[in-house]
Design a protein. Structure first.
Length: 234
């Protein structure tokens, strides 16, 4: 699992670095370039050449390093390794989003892509919504297979204290994530792209809230749950 994740990360980071090296002579050393856009697709943040070219590859490398170490320190490492598909989907998906954002920033700075008005028609916001929507669906499809661990999944006091709560909560959250991703895709394709991001945000927050409440209800009805009673306390 770690080897596959590092291979995926290396491939994407090499592409990002290659794009940065290509763009280097096209960007003035003292120039200021758009590096952040608001929900309406208007640039509201600017950075120098070094930030635009090298920050995202460095961020991708940092994320890959952390994710490669997590399985080594998880007390329930065997369960995390059994959840390798979901872990790789989350790992690879996160790096793909970083690589996409990097490509859009660099290409915009090099004036190969015009992101001046991305709130209408095809553009960064729509493409980003489609990408994250598809990733959300993919993660939802495998979330039900995640085994109890300390780093991946819906980790509440109740899922960590009841295997039944963990299993049922992750199956429900998986379906909700898939619905959120599907709604995001549909909204991005048919309606204004910024609405798709609002659908994504609302669906993610709603899923999190439902999962927390549901995990408690399942835990409460699980006779095999782990609880600390007064006589067993130190």
């Amino acid at each position: 699992m770690i080897r596959k994740g590092l291979l995926i990360s290396t491939f994407l980071i090499v592409i990002m670095l290659g794009l940065s090296l290509w763009a280097l002579p096209h960007l003035p050393a003292d120039g200021r370039f758009a590096s952040h856009w608001n929900i309406n697709g208007v640039a509201d943040g600017y950075s120098g050449r070094a930030m635009v070219l090298w920050f995202m590859p460095a961020l991708g490398a940092g994320v890959a390093l952390v994710l490669s170490l997590v399985p080594l320190i998880d007390p329930r490492r065997k369960n995390l390794l059994r959840s390798s598909l979901a872990y790789l989907v989350a790992w690879g998906g996160g790096l793909v989003v970083i690589a996409f954002a990097h490509a859009m920033m660099v290409l915009n700075a090099a004036e190969r892509v015009d992101l001046a008005d991305i709130s209408h028609g095809p553009g960064l916001l729509r493409a980003l919504a489609l990408l994250i929507g598809a990733m959300t669906m993919a993660l939802g499809a495998v979330l039900g297979k995640v085994r109890p661990n300390w780093f991946l999944g819906v980790r509440t006091p109740w899922t960590l204290s009841s295997d039944l709560s963990w299993d049922k909560t992750h199956r429900l959250a998986g379906w909700l994530f898939m619905l959120t991703g599907l709604a995001t895709l549909a909204t991005a394709l048919v309606l204004i792209p910024r609405w798709a991001m609002l659908v994504l945000l609302g669906g993610t927050m709603g899923t999190a809230l439902i999962a927390v409440v549901y995990s408690f209800l399942v835990w409460k009805g699980d006779p095999a749950r782990e609880t600390l009673v007064p006589e067993s306390a130190d």
